[in-house]
Write a protein that binds this ligand. Structure first.
Ligand code: ADP
Length: 194
C-alpha cells in the first residue's frame, strides 16, 4: 500500500503529477484544495466557512481541514493507497493525519517534495489564473500571500517528515514527464526506507 504526501508550494505542479500517479498506481486522490472548491461550488456550510480564507490565500483553520479529511478517510477503502495533495499544510495537520492513519493501520509511506523557484511559481499561477477561474490565482498580492504562508506555516511540515526519514525532495522544474520520472525514483527510495 502506498500513502504518499505530494508536497510543494502553490503552483509546484502537485495536481498534474497526482493525476499521473493515481492512474499508474490506482491510488485515491485527496486534494484538500479541490475538496474545498467542491464545497464552495455546492454552497455547503463548510464551503461558506472556508471561502474567505481561500479567497485571501490564507490557510483554512486546521480543525475544519482535519474534519473534512477524516470524513474522506472514513469512507475510503482503496487498498492501493492514497495521494495527499495540499495536505498536510501545518504540523498540526501532519500529526492529525498520522493519528488518523494509525487508526487504520496504514501509515504514510513518505513525502515527496517538489522544489520550484518563486519566480517560476508566480509565472505558472498567473498563467493558470487566465483559465482556472480561481480568484486566488488572479491577484499578485494573493499569490504573494500564499507563497509567504507556505514558507512560514507549511515548510516546517517537510522537516517533520525528514526527521522521520520519510522524505525525498526533487527538482520540480522541467517537462511533466521528466518530473514524473524523478517522482518515481523518489518513491522507490521511500519504499526502500520502509
Ligand atoms: P494552491 O496549492 O495552488 O495554493 P490549493 O488548491 O491546494 O492551491 O489550495 C487553495 C486554498 O485552499 C489554499 O490557499 C487554502 O486557503 C485552502 N486550503 C487547501 N488545503 C488546505 C489545508 N490543508 N489547510 C488549510 N487550508 C487549505
Amino acid at each position: 500500500m502506498l500513502n504518499i504526501v505530494l508536497f510543494g508550494p502553490p503552483g509546484a505542479g502537485k495536481g498534474t503529477q497526482s493525476q499521473k500517479l493515481i492512474e499508474e498506481f490506482q491510488l485515491t486522490h485527496i486534494s484538500t484544495g479541490d475538496l474545498f472548491r467542491k464545497h464552495l461550488g455546492e454552497g455547503t456550510e463548510l464551503g461558506k466557512r472556508a471561502q474567505a480564507f481561500m479567497d485571501e490565500g490564507r490557510l483554512v483553520p486546521d480543525q475544519l481541514v482535519i474534519d473534512m479529511v477524516d470524513e474522506k478517510l472514513q469512507a475510503e477503502n482503496n487498498s492501493h493507497g492514497i495521494i495527499f495533495d495540499g495536505f498536510p499544510r501545518t504540523i498540526t495537520q501532519a500529526k492529525a493525519l498520522d493519528d488518523l492513519l494509525n487508526q487504520k493501520n496504514t501509515p504514510i509511506t513518505g513525502m515527496i517534495a517538489l522544489s520550484v523557484p518563486d519566480e517560476e511559481l508566480i509565472n505558472r499561477i498567473v498563467e493558470r489564473g487566465k483559465t482556472s477561474g480561481r480568484v486566488d490565482d488572479q491577484d499578485e498580492a494573493k499569490i504573494a500571500t500564499r507563497l509567504q504562508v507556505y514558507k512560514s506555516e507549511t515548510l516546517p511540515v517537510a522537516n517533520y517528515y525528514e526527521a522521520q526519514e520519510r522524505y525525498e525532495s526533487i527538482d520540480g522544474v522541467g517537462s511533466i514527464d521528466d518530473i514524473y520520472d524523478r517522482i518515481k525514483e523518489a518513491l522507490q527510495k521511500l519504499q526502500e526506507k520502509n
